[in-house]
Design a protein around this ligand. Structure first.
Ligand SMILES: Cc1cc2nc3c(=O)[nH]c(=O)nc-3n(C[C@H](O)[C@H](O)[C@H](O)COP(=O)(O)OP(=O)(O)OC[C@H]3O[C@@H](n4cnc5c(N)ncnc54)[C@H](O)[C@@H]3O)c2cc1C
Length: 401
């Protein structure tokens, strides 16, 4: 939609081919229905790509300032929550409404229920789409068919096949921003616990990523934003059949030594407390019970009778609760994909294909994935608007009749 709007604003006649019954369906589920549009803090570390400099090169051409201007032109009043940008109404549906109204104003034709089955071009000068509603042709083509994440919203991965037909390479798409399934019988007991923690993800003993925030413990493993942030590294490592582990730190503000000291001091202050009640008010009750059990301290032992070396064991469990990751949840549960069309064959300033002039690729279809916090929509706005501006520019298309 962003690409179509920008192309039409350059004077191009634009048609959107969309196989769902309406355009922009995925937007409705973003930010839990509130749509985290972008983020004022934009750094290279917020994006992952096999060609690391690529996302920021493009974002510098159409940055957050351009995006806020673009959203304002559409009539979207925004607000910042610590730099996280939302529509003032906190309704994703309002964002979609304003996009659709702009499509109408610019007389952009949206053909819905229209599955694009094949795409081809004649010497990059004329593009043809074969769909279940007949053929379409145009001077330029923007492929923005999304990834394989959340296929119920329309992104079924067919865009990868369409890009491959033009000679583009696709780096295996894998679920990202997704829950992790873990081994260990304790998760059943921990289901429902939400707590502030730091999650670290290890592959073959090497720490690949960490994130801090509200972790959710579930029957199958872990969820919540910090889990999503590290999940792409689990996906890529598991794909290579490498062992993946997580470690949860339930008192991230304290070091291992400080935690041990804290426990010993608490035992002196409250020697009468049985160990099963000892962490009440410090950690969630269910979590405390599991950590105490893993430290091999009898539940009914009074704090005063706990041997000194047991405090070290308990501190270690609190600071580094470990579990092997057996899998990620599937594409159905993922917010985005890592992998996608290889960006080495795309010009970051315009999103034009280096292989087929006149072909543009944008959005999550590309091998770019952002962390949680508005970064994936920012990528959609940046790449979509750049593609639209350049595909729709009369100067770029001298052969237009
Ligand atoms: C639950 C959830 C919450 C999210 N929350 C946020 C958030 O708050 N902030 C954020 O930045 N990001 C968020 N994201 C990610 C963000 O929504 C996506 O990165 C973004 O929508 C990608 O835009 P896109 O246009 O590339 O792809 P999509 O939005 O997937 O659009 C692709 C379109 O192409 C259509 N299509 C695909 N194949 C064909 C075909 N063969 N023929 C015709 N049409 C086709 C699809 O139906 C779809 O409408 C969230 C994602 C999910 C799933």
């Amino acid at each position: 939609m962003a690409a179509a709007i920008m192309a039409a604003r350059q004077g191009a006649q634009v048609t959107i081919l969309e196989h769902m019954d309406r355009v922009g369906k995925k937007l409705l589920s973003t930010g839990n229905g509130r749509c985290n549009l972008t983020n004022l803090s934009m750094e290279s570390g917020c994006y992952h790509c096999s060609q690391p400099g690529f996302p920021m090169k493009a974002i510098r051409c159409f940055d957050v300032g351009h995006t806020l201007g673009f959203l304002e032109e559409l009539g979207i009043m925004v607000k910042s929550k610590n730099g996280y940008i939302y529509p003032n109404s906190e309704q994703a549906s309002a964002v979609l409404d304003l996009f659709r109204l702009e499509l109408l104003r610019l007389q952009i034709q949206s053909i819905t229920g229209c599955q694009v089955k094949q795409l081809h071009s004649k010497k990059g000068q004329r593009f043809f789409a074969v769909t279940d509603q007949g053929g379409f042709s145009g001077d330029a083509l923007i492929l923005a068919a999304g990834s394989k994440a959340a296929p119920a919203t329309g992104s079924d991965g067919s865009g990868y096949r369409l890009a491959e037909r033009f000679g583009h390479k696709v780096i295996t798409p894998l679920p990202a921003l997704v829950q992790l399934c873990c081994e260990g019988r304790h998760f059943k007991q921990l289901a429902g616990v939400r707590c502030e923690a730091e999650i670290s993800l290890f592959c073959a003993g090497k720490r690949l990523s960490s994130a801090l925030g509200e972790v959710q413990l579930t029957e199958y493993g872990v969820s919540g934003i910090p889990t999503f942030q590290v999940s792409r590294f689990a996906s890529t490592s598991l794909e290579k059949k490498k062992p993946v582990e997580i470690a949860l730190d339930f008192l991230p503000a304290k070091s291992q030594e400080e935690t041990e000291q804290f426990l010993k001091k608490r035992a002196l202050q409250m020697p009468h407390l049985e160990i099963e009640d000892f962490l009440t008010g410090v950690l969630h009750k269910k979590l405390a019970a599991v950590l105490v059990k893993l430290s091999h301290i009898p539940a009914r032992q009074a704090a005063a009778d706990v041997p000194q070396d047991a405090w070290e064991r308990l501190a270690r469990q609190i600071k580094s609760f470990q579990a092997a990751v057996s899998a990620t949840k599937s594409f159905e549960h993922a917010q985005v994909c890592c992998g996608g069309v290889d960006t080495r064959d795309i010009l970051p300033e315009t999103m034009e294909s280096k292989l087929v002039p006149g072909l543009y690729l944008a959005g999550e279809l590309l091998d770019v994935d952002g962390i949680c916090g508005g970064y994936n929509l920012q990528w959609a706005w940046t790449s979509g608007c750049l593609a639209g501006i350049h595909a729709g520019s009369p100067n770029r298309l001298p052969h237009r009749k």
